[in-house]
Design a protein around this ligand. Structure first.
Ligand SMILES: [Zn+2]
Length: 152
């Protein structure tokens, strides 16, 4: 897990962060403006965007990264390279870098295994104006995940 500046990113990574920021504008949150955008780059080059849906009951809400992943699954696209996630905090914590919730960490960890190749998914986590970015991967973020095969 390391901090990285925007100008050290590849053009592909910069584009992905911009797509995640754009996806964040599609959010639904009737209680405020806190929201998240995500953009998932697949091995075939296709990008899936997701945004946060905040419902009355938080447990019924949808995270941006989960929406992006589910859209890829809907297209039967199971090979992922990078997911960029950008958090917006009501303009109050503009320097706060977003971090996936526990549920999303588990889901990203499971996604590594969809193709059967056990590949790490790289993550770019950023604050809303991408002045602070953390580069990590799914295994570093969630090293000992629940894997159903452990119990078969
Ligand atoms: Zn989540």
């Amino acid at each position: 897990m390391k901090k990285i500046s925007y100008n050290k990113l590849s053009e592909q990574e910069k584009n992905l962060l911009e797509q995640a920021r754009g996806a964040g504008n599609q959010y639904w949150n009737k209680k405020g403006t806190r929201h998240v955008g995500a953009a998932l780059l697949c091995v075939d080059g296709k990008i899936y965007q997701g945004t946060s849906i905040r419902r009355t009951n938080v447990s019924n809400s949808t995270c941006a990264e989960r929406m992006a992943l589910d859209k890829a699954i809907f297209d039967k696209n199971y090979n992922y390279k990078i997911i960029a996630i950008v958090g917006f905090y009501d303009g109050k914590m503009e320097n706060e870098v977003i971090s996936p919730c526990g549920l999303c960490r588990q889901i990203l960890s499971e996604a590594e295994n969809y193709s059967g190749k056990n590949k790490k998914i790289n993550l770019l986590l950023a604050n809303e104006n991408v002045s602070k970015i953390i580069k990590t991967d799914s295994q570093e973020l969630f090293p000992i995940s629940y894997q159903a095969k452990s119990y078969e």
